[in-house]
Each structure stands twice: as C-alpha cells, then as structure tokens.
Design a protein around this ligand. Sequence first.
Ligand code: CMP
Length: 147
Amino acid sequence: EKELTFAMIKPDGVSGNYTTAIKKIISEFGFGITNETTVQLDEETVKDFYTEHSSRSFFPGLVRYMTSGPVLMMVLEKANAVADWRALIGPTDAQTAKVTHPHSIRAMCGLDLQRNCVHGSDSPQSALREIAFFFEKSSLGFLPKHD
Ligand code: CMP
C-alpha cells in the first residue's frame, strides 16, 4: 500500500536555504526519500516537464523562474504519499497559503503564486509520469536522468 510521489524544492526554496527544514518535515510526516538529486534545469527540460501549461500566459515566467537556479528533486514514499504531500505543501499561491494554511510548507517558504517554493504531483498518474521524467529505474533503485 505504499505509494510514490514526486516532490521538488524549487529555486527560491533552495536559494532561500529551506532544504533542511523541508526535509525535516518530510521525515516527521513519515515519508521515505527513495531518491534525490540536485540539478540546474535547462529551458528545454522545464518546457517539457510543464508542457500542460505551455499555452498559459504565465508560462514564460515559469520557465525563467524554474531555470533561475538549482532545484532539489525527490521521490517520496509512504501510504497515500500523493495526497498527503499535496496537503503538506498547501495551496499553489503562497500568499493564500499564509492566510488559509499557515502551517503549510508554502506558507513557510513560498513568496507568491509563481514562486511557491515546492512542487508536488497532483495525482498518482502525474506522480508516475514525473518520476519517470526525471529518474530511470535500475537495479540500484531510481537513477537521475537530467544532470
Ligand atoms: P506547480 O503547481 O508546482 O506547477 C505549476 C506552476 O506554475 C505552479 O506551481 C506555479 O509555480 C506556477 N503557476 C501556476 N499558476 C500560476 C499563475 N496563475 N501565475 C503564475 N504562476 C503560476
């Protein structure tokens, strides 16, 4: 009954030094970190990862933001990992999160609607796509693809 999800600490979270605090929350809430890797994403990779948003007006800004510095990508494992990680990170807009979900991760470290410091897969299907996008399965577990 264990489930995998994909989590990412975005450039504002890494540069703001929130990695340790976020990992502490991850462990306190019972997630295992199956694999992790820090990478500087390039434009092509970000466009491909966020392809479902490619027609949105915020897309160019999203690509600039996500390529502005290194990100930390993690595969998280536990029962109900997808929904539980989404609940922990809080609403997309970090400013909203500060009001409605003050104990969420985005309330702690996010800045606004775009710079919301963390990512979490929105469904088990997305989780499998996103994990496969960034990691390949091997006898050793998941190995990073994009670094
Ligand atoms: P996330 O939900 O992890 O993945 C899509 C990202 O696009 C989202 O986080 C934000 O960083 C960004 N985003 C979503 N909606 C908007 C918006 N309306 N304006 C600016 N950025 C957005």
